[in-house]
Design a protein around this ligand. Structure first.
Ligand code: SF4
Length: 359
């Protein structure tokens, strides 16, 4: 860090903390920032918007109020509580970490950055956030928001996707962390990134509390920052989704225990495109006793590295196929959480029931 950069950054804590005291959003996990609540909120907020997280957070901590409750939760209930948030490994890691915390720390998160970092699903950012917000330990919490804010304030053109650049920003923040209110300071930086110094070239500089020291603003280059190398294009995967119906039940199956959506329930599918005639022929060849097929439409779901382009069919069968699990619509709702990727087809199924095609 150059002398000039240090001089600029040293002004951040006082500017940001007074702004944060006036402008911080009221969020449920900020009301009682216990280590458990901070942890759950930080994990939920990874890859998910604040507004989307709020109802999930309330439901989760009400159903599982302690780390011991989380450690002992039934997997299906856990996935039900997480259903719709996506990235289900987060939920699995929470439970694994909770079990470890019960065994090793008597059910309380350790007030130690390195110990937090050892827990499943907790990386440097989350450990820093829990340590600083819940335990007032002087550690930075640098996520994408913070990298963007710092790049703009210092008019830095380094590629923020590089680990070295992130480490550098962590070092810079560590040097300016205030003695008091370190958790609030970390949150104020994140808050600035989330509400003012917005991504995608849209910083709201006119209302920004650090405009006077912001080099990116003064040089007129803030909207072009930060510099990020483009991620490799997502792989496109075509899928034909089968809503197989027989005797008032629908067929589901459980995915493998590794890879995408590991261990979750899903509708059966074929990993290729099929039109109605091709599908009918293929199912009959495989011995399915098909009574009717109706197309139910297309849907798309984007994961981080893959995009599913789906086309679905409602297929009425005269006999169930034993290789699948057959459930009623009610059981599907209550006991077999389906990933968000299948929401469109789950709704199509519900509509079909309402229009009495489900026989
Ligand atoms: Fe971001 Fe603009 Fe504030 Fe600089 S002045 S930190 S670019 S919002």
């Amino acid at each position: 860090m150059t002398q000039q950069e240090q001089t600029i950054l040293q002004q951040l804590p006082s500017l940001l903390l007074s702004w944060y005291d006036q402008q911080a959003r009221i969020l449920p996990w900020r009301e009682q920032p216990t280590p458990y609540r901070v942890w759950i909120s930080e994990i939920m907020l990874q890859q998910t918007r604040v507004e989307a997280v709020k109802p999930y957070f309330e439901r989760f901590v009400t159903t599982l109020p302690t780390i011991a409750d989380l450690a002992n939760v039934d997997d299906q209930l856990l996935l039900k509580l997480w259903e719709g948030l996506g990235y289900y490994n987060r939920a699995r890691n929470l439970k694994r970490a909770a079990k470890f915390v019960v065994k090793e720390y008597g059910g309380e998160l350790p007030a130690d950055y390195q110990a937090l970092l050892m827990l499943p699903g907790i990386g440097a950012y989350t450990a820093g956030a829990i340590a600083s917000i819940a335990f007032h330990i002087r550690r930075p919490a640098v996520d994408g928001n913070v990298l963007r804010v710092i790049s703009r304030i210092l008019a830095k053109k380094d590629d923020i996707t590089l680990p070295k650049v992130k480490e550098n920003v962590e070092e810079m923040i560590t040097k300016i962390l205030p003695e008091q209110r370190v958790g609030d300071f970390n949150q104020s930086l994140m808050e600035l990134g989330a509400t003012v110094c917005l991504p995608n070239g849209e910083p709201l500089c006119q209302t920004c509390p650090v405009q006077a020291i912001c080099q990116g603003y003064q040089q007129g280059i803030a909207p072009e920052l930060p510099i990020k190398t483009k991620k490799a294009d997502r792989k496109i995967q075509d899928k034909t989704i089968l809503l197989l119906l027989c005797n008032g039940k629908v067929a589901i199956r459980q995915r493998e225990n590794k890879g995408l959506l590991a261990g979750l329930w899903e509708f059966p599918s074929i990993d290729e495109k099929r039109n109605k005639t091709q599908l009918e022929r293929e199912l009959i060849q495989q011995g399915y006793l098909v009574s009717s097929i109706h197309p139910v439409g297309k849907s798309k779901h984007i994961f981080s590295h893959i995009e599913w382009r789906m086309n679905g069919y409602l297929v009425h069968l005269n006999y169930p196929v034993p290789e699948f699990t057959w459930v009623t619509e009610e059981e599907l709702q209550e006991q077999y959480p389906l990933p968000t990727a299948f929401k469109f087809y789950q709704q199509a199924l519900e509509e079909d029931i309402q229009t009495s095609l489900f026989q």
